[in-house]
Design a binder for this molecule. Sequence first.
Ligand SMILES: NC(=O)C1=CN([C@@H]2O[C@H](COP(=O)(O)OP(=O)(O)OC[C@H]3O[C@@H](n4cnc5c(N)ncnc54)[C@H](O)[C@@H]3O)[C@@H](O)[C@H]2O)C=CC1
Ligand SMILES: O=C([O-])CC(=O)C(=O)O
Length: 344
Amino acid sequence: MRASMLRSIKSLTTSPSSHILRRGYASEAVPERKVTVLGAAGGIGQPLSLLMKLNPLVSNLALYDIANTPGVAADVSHINTRSEVVGYASDAELGKALEGADVVIIPAGVPRKPGMTRDDLFNINAGIVKGLCEAIAKHCPNALVNMISNPVNSTVPIAAEVFKKAGTYDPKRLFGVTTLDVVRAKTFYAGKAMVPVAEVNVPVVGGHAGITILPLFSQATPKANLSDEVITALTKRTQDGGTEVVEAKAGKGSATLSMAYAGAIFADACLKGLNGVPDVIECSFVQSTVTELPFFASRVRLGKNGVEEVLGLGPLSDFEKEGLEKLKPELKSSIEKGIKFAIQ
Ligand SMILES: NC(=O)C1=CN([C@@H]2O[C@H](COP(=O)(O)OP(=O)(O)OC[C@H]3O[C@@H](n4cnc5c(N)ncnc54)[C@H](O)[C@@H]3O)[C@@H](O)[C@H]2O)C=CC1
Ligand SMILES: O=C([O-])CC(=O)C(=O)O
């Protein structure tokens, strides 16, 4: 969580007059914002719900899952921060969970086990995401949708097709969450460049699976003089970051805690954009004309309507240019697979 967010949280929760601050904060400075988490009782959903409960920009937090929601909602609801928490536990309650949502975060679906690719999750997760997006189109068609469920390279195109079919598609409001790739690239770069990690910025473009994840270390700041070998190794580690965690968890799932952190950063950026904070920029997998592919992750400026501007790639090194051409066939086929599934 960023320092400013932590400072706000600290002032809300530890000041002796925190109730006064909270009232003033809610009514004067910050608009009401409802955030809904779909899959809230899962490995990502639980810590993500916690982090959203700590976010002072949230006034209503709706936690939906098909299993174990009441316990998670009761637990999170006792935290003395601004938002009201309500849990929704069954299909019949999904509409209420979504009604009035400004941001919907979707970490619903199965995670990988060792030996699987993200695409191996398609058969189960495509159907889950389709159903949830149909409900979003019906109950909160204007919400910003943060898609975490894998394979993101296909689930985002699925969501787009579902929204098109319902007549609610607005490309400015649909985001594949690739923030974890950026979080990893920053961490790994800081370790090699020997610079303070909090100061590091690295754009990560392309998609969210294997070689489709393309960190642009040539644009990393603070600048460092890293050898080609180190850049190659950093790129590979970023691309394989998810697999590194899947293998370490040895059958007990994939990244949950670092993903919850990344999801909270991205949702916070969406809320800031909605609230009119200027110059909010994050990488995300969105509808795009940056390349010939219909969806592509790059830096995106967030605003009151979601995507305000999809930023270009900037100057690439020869290594990155090569990586960009290599990733296109795989990313294209994952996008097409999603579209085909949704329109059948
Ligand atoms: N975009 C990214 O960078 C990342 C994406 N992921 C993906 O996030 C997804 C979730 O991962 P975990 O939380 O570890 O899995 P998990 O299995 O721990 O939790 C998933 C939750 O979704 C719920 N769920 C299933 N069907 C549902 C439905 N129709 N409606 C509402 N909830 C439903 C389950 O009950 C469960 O609580 C996976 O697809 C995983 O691959 C994971 C890490 C990073
Ligand atoms: O690797 C996985 O299956 C989960 C994921 O997307 C990540 O950790 O980046």
